[in-house]
Design a protein around this ligand. Structure first.
Ligand code: MEV
Length: 428
């Protein structure tokens, strides 16, 4: 059988049914899984009712497939759930550019999450810190007692870090329980462990514990993605310079860095959501990591190497799982994980990091050259045409005329549609 490739030229031009067929073949989807993709109510009300409280419905989003991704030498079709136009097309385009340089390398660390235990009201905070560290083995034992399955899989609480911080209301001793959560996102496991060890920490210190909760600044669960894009693929060294200058702007200006990182999160969140993961956790981790030195910075770096080619690197926490929570309960999340074909949470995080880097490249390339509105407007025009009531071939026809005339408005879409339906000419 031929090697599977995600390089699919013209994927966006294919009819929807054909796109589904290609994805089915690529990911060996069953007929039932394909039916789920097509079904409007893929998340049935009964399942939704188990997932959260007070359910009255479900809330669908478009699910697109980004093509062309070559990550660590493996081809991926990437499912992205997102309401914003152009993101999936941009990711696919940037993935193609990265492919020209051998694809994207992406490496995640182990899945270590941090559980925080906040100890207050101790007379000797540094003495308390020592007592906690001296009892490390017992604390880890209590923590690991909570999750024998995780421990059996090689995960569990592995280490402690203890800090004394000085708050407005006096010193606090903050214990960090470092837990390898393996293929889970980990919040449940970590929170259970943090709650379980708290009474023992109170006992050995004489203090009072208040908070026992995971930290979303997951700086021990990082992904590092890296690509080299040949200058010719980008359209020359001028474009490389433009992208590097765009990064340099973000590096010294938080107003720009926020938008730069938003562009990264367009890609990251879309995959996080498609796989049923907690995108608020990933967002919180990303932005707190970007501000870890007290100044808000871009999560990526773009440089020019000695050949004049573009070099990109991205480093950020990505706290996602492939077991537990919605990743298993949501029927479409399961299909999306199958399309990705990832075997571990680490691999999923590596793919997401690579998508974040590609998404960032796509935005900076457009911004440093023709601007982003051109691409946006094409889809916007199609949206307006649909809103105006166009169907079938008329959608593209109405959109094309609006773009040609440089007038992309709802009223104009309606006017063109009326004329086309009546067979009237549209004046030049
Ligand atoms: C739009 O959703 C994202 C961008 O603004 C990102 C960026 O400016 O880098 C295009």
């Amino acid at each position: 059988m031929a090697e599977k490739t995600s390089r699919i030229p013209g994927f966006y031009k294919l009819p929807l049914e054909e796109r589904i067929r290609i994805v089915k073949e690529f990911a060996n989807l069953t007929d039932e899984e394909v039916e789920l993709l097509k079904r409007v109510g893929a998340l049935d009300l009964r399942t939704a009712d188990i997932m959260i409280e007070n359910v009255v419905g479900t809330f669908p989003l478009p699910l697109g497939i980004a093509v062309n991704f070559l990550i660590n030498g493996k081809d991926y079709l990437v499912p992205m759930a997102i309401e914003e136009s152009s993101v999936v097309a941009a990711a696919s385009h940037a993935a193609k550019l990265c492919r020209a340089g051998g694809g994207i390398r992406s490496v995640a660390t182990e899945s270590i999450m941090i559980g925080q235990i906040q100890l207050t009201r101790v007379a000797d905070p540094y003495g308390a810190k020592m007592r906690i560290l001296e009892h490390k083995d017992e604390i880890l034992r209590i923590a690991n007692e909570q999750d024998p399955i995780l421990v059996k899989l090689g995960g569990g609480a592995k280490d402690l870090e203890v800090r004394v911080i000085h708050s407005r209301y006096g010193p606090m001793v903050i214990t960090h329980l470092l837990v390898d959560v393996k293929d889970a996102m980990g919040a449940n496991a970590v929170n259970t462990m943090a709650e379980a060890v708290a009474p023992y920490i109170e006992e050995i210190t004489g203090g009072k514990v208040y908070l026992r909760i995971i930290s979303n600044l997951a700086d021990k669960r990082l992904v590092r993605a890296h690509c080299v894009v040949p200058k010719d693929a980008l359209g020359g060294e001028e474009v490389v310079d433009g992208i590097v200058l765009a990064w340099a702007f973000a590096d010294v200006d938080p107003y720009r860095a926020a938008t730069h990182n938003k562009g990264i999160m367009n890609g990251v969140d879309a995959v996080v959501i498609a796989t049923g993961n907690d995108w608020r956790a990933v967002e919180a981790g990303a932005h707190s990591y970007a501000a870890r030195w007290g100044v808000y910075k871009p999560l990526s770096v773009w440089e020019k190497n000695e050949n004049g080619d573009l070099v990109g690197t991205l480093e950020m926490p990505i706290q996602v799982g492939i077991v537990g929570g919605a990743t298993k309960v949501h029927p479409l999340a399961r299909v999306c994980l199958k399309i990705l074909g990832v075997k571990t949470a680490k691999e999923l995080a590596e793919v997401i990091g690579a998508v974040g880097l590609a998404q960032n490249l796509a935005a900076l390339r457009a911004l440093a050259t023709e601007g982003i509105q051109k691409g946006h407007m094409k889809l916007h025009a199609r949206n307006l045409a649909v809103m105006a009531g166009a169907t079938g071939n008329l959608i593209d026809k109405v959109a094309e005329i609006m773009i040609k005339k440089g007038k992309i408005t709802f009223h104009f879409a309606q006017e063109i549609l009326e004329k086309l339906k009546r067979g009237e000419p549209i004046e030049e």
